[in-house]
Design a protein. Sequence first.
Length: 676
Amino acid sequence: MRRSPGKRLERLGLERDWDFLLHLPLRYIDETQLTPIARLAPGEEQQAEGEVVACEVTVRGRRQLLVRLADESGELLLRFFHFYPSTRQQLAVGRRVRVYGPVRGGPMGLEIVHPRVHAAHAGEPLPQRLTPVYPSTEGVGQAWLRARIGRALRDVEITETVPAELLAATGLPPLAEAIAGLHQPPPGVDAAALARQQGPWWERIRFDELLAQQISLRTARARRAERSAPPLPAGGALVARLQAALPFALTAAQQRVRREIEADLARTVPMQRLIQGDVGSGKTVVAALAAAQAIDAGCQATLMAPTEILAEQHFGRIVQWLAPLGVQVAWLAGKLKASEKRAAQLAAASGAAQLVIGTHALIQEAVQFANLGLAIVDEQHRFGVAQRLRLRSRAGAQEGTPHLLMLSATPIPRTLAMSYFADLDVSVIDELPPGRQPVVTKLVAAGRRDEVLGRVRAEAARGAQVYWVCPLVNEGEDESTAELTAASAMYEQTRALLPELRLGLLHGQLPPAEKTEVMGAFAAGAIDVLVATTVIEVGVDVPRATLMVIEHAQRFGLAQLHQLRGRIGRGAEQSFCVLLYDEPLSEAARERLKIVYESSDGFEIARRDLALRGPGEFLGARQSGLPLLRFADLERDVDLLEQARGVALRMLAGHPVQAAAHVQRWLGARAEYLVA
């Protein structure tokens, strides 16, 4: 008796019968018909039957087994580059066999390389169904999977978790029909269409998966609504004084988002709102106004950013706005001396600090607040669920759960917001401050580097500043990319070529104090050209920087290129981004650079990025506890997603038991609701 593959199934996520039922085929083999050898067509996957008339091992460039198969209409060559003694026995002269595989033309006529072979017995009927081919792993064979899935199909009663009246409105087939049809397609079904995941059976599977996701996220939202938060009413004096003191007017988009946050904070249900806005759209001032509303209500606020550079930029800007109004703002980061950390922690714990800004240092055990009413998380996709929970758990004596405001400069495509972010309220700042001009993007081959250096010299001569971005810090840092120009090497090269300019070097491996010093010098105008790694990707705001050169641009992702480009164009002057690329370009790299060149719209870039790479990059650490979709595609299945969202709301309202069963069926042990 053959042993079960056991633990190897865990790699495929196969434990319950339902897991096997939802382990759907990658493609199908059509062994339901035989084609005479003379009618085989090159380029098609077909099946033929015949008698072996020759079988020999030859060495023609490489060792191979050549077998000639004949029927009444002609002969077919079977070619094996990898074979065993048992292969030769199975294909001994005089044996009658059926073979299946992609037919191609060869130097000796039609042939199939490494066909699927089995003995043909007199009068043996052809299979009545397509043969499925499943995702597998080493030690888990196709025959075992087919048998195990066949057993699940016999043993499990596939009941409906979607109420009949709701299912009828979708026009989709019953789930039992869809699952049976995909595992055991009847003759005549278009195998190629099924392999492309087309047709009503696949639509039903994708709908059910999206429905489980929507129910789980809506449940997370409902659970949050059951918790209480401190109400932070609007109309306080600090907010009014801050708005009056700002040296600029809020855009209409900022005012709209501000009103949405204002209403959320006044409620006793914890706010869980995501502000998304393109680089430079003014999310920080909206966050500062939210913090002022919390302080007006007698509560504390905190702002956490993923890097010290970004956190320090926020601190510097917000202190300029709030300190003159008498607000005590504390700074907490890993680079502080022990005495400075203790002072900041004491200010937070005593309530003396009304706003605390910092990095991951804010979620250490030693940090507690007197009465935290609002937690703000910037670049939220860089933090995990557990980290946001820890920040909220520092609330102190304040009863209830602090409100949560998340910021993201990575625009989230609409379909992603509808699915993975369905448990959040999303606000969009879709307008840049007046006077900002779109950055002009240029694609330049690396062979024209001298022209680029000339442009750098000209920009510096007129008092402008330049970023030169490189992907690595030191030569040989990563063997797979050792040919890339390292930031440190680029710094030395540029300093030699442009000796009259003041250069700075900034990268993640510098000590925190040096990073601060270099960034401060650049912001003050004491550095003409800042050679840097992607440490400047977010948060850096230097209005006099009007030129950015991105070295080896083909190596960066779409979102990263757009974020980097957002570091310039922060003032009223026209800015330029030069994407310096190496030749030859791969098709994928060419497509990425073309997208960035053609568009400055972060939402359009994000939509096309989603189509190229899928949702994982956008979700970042947030996906912890929430599985990525296995079958549905957010670009292709937007209509199904709309349907699933509507059905999820109706099931939760009128059929909660069936809703819970649906999530359990599809997610099983992964049915973790995101509550952070």
